[in-house]
Design a protein around this ligand. Structure first.
Ligand code: TMP
Length: 215
């Protein structure tokens, strides 16, 4: 039984840690798990990721950015996600199509119908079974993301962390609107300790798996 779970949220919401913890707990239940991320997840998409996040590329046009995210996703779905789902694995992905809706659609204000078309093209119609939106206040998320980057040996705040608070508020609003529209979303309060958030994630996934088994 394949399973595709995506994690979404603004910068600093704690997705990466929560994916690692959920992967461990699903493995302990005997599932074969693949944890991956976007942009990235395979060499071609990782190369596109470095172009996208390089703060030296401040002149990148919003449409260039949109097409690069789509290109990275097309390769990632083709090379990693689709084959893993075909093999019956549980795929956990740090960001997917909803990130493009939230960041390029609501953050950059690009045409949302065009984004929906590009998402379908890039994702080969692969749609998550479950999307966990880790909801977190943008002010705190940005502060966390900056602290994390400052602690890296080569401090280089990425292009999105340089965006204004207003941009990140629009991104959060975009995610919340998508969550209200699409049934596959669950909103998780990402405030509190890592263990508290992990317990919320685990409970939500357990409920979903139970529903899926009964269906
Ligand atoms: P990360 O911080 O989760 O590694 O994601 C990298 C950045 O890329 C983050 O600022 C969000 C941004 N992003 C988009 O703008 N559009 C997308 O489609 C994806 C997948 C990420």
């Amino acid at each position: 039984m394949s399973l595709f779970i995506t994690f979404e949220g603004i910068e600093g919401c704690g997705k990466t840690t929560q994916i690692r913890l959920l992967a461990e707990s699903l493995r302990a239940r005997g599932l074969q798990v693949l944890a991956t991320r976007e942009p990235g997840g395979c060499p071609i998409a990782d190369a596109i990721r470095s172009i996208l996040l390089d703060s030296a590329n401040s002149r990148m046009a919003p449409r260039t950015e949109l097409l690069l995210y789509a290109a990275a996703r097309a390769q990632h779905v083709f090379e990693v996600i689709s084959p893993a789902l075909t093999e019956g694995k549980a795929v956990l992905c740090d960001r997917f199509t909803d990130a493009t809706v939230a960041y390029q659609g609501y953050g950059r204000r690009l045409d949302r119908e065009l984004i929906a078309q590009l998402n379908r093209l890039a994702a080969e119609d692969v749609v998550p079974d479950l999307t966990l939106l880790l909801d977190f206040p943008p002010e705190e998320g940005l502060r966390r993301a900056c602290l994390r980057n400052e602690s890296l040996p080569e401090f280089n705040e990425d292009r999105f962390e340089q965006e204004s608070l207003d941009f990140h508020r629009r991104v959060r609003a975009g995610y919340l609107e998508a969550a209200a529209r699409e049934e596959r979303f669950r909103i998780i309060d990402a405030r509190g300790t890592v263990a508290e958030v992990a317990a919320r994630v685990e409970m939500t996934v357990a409920e979903f798996l139970l529903q899926k088994e009964r269906a």
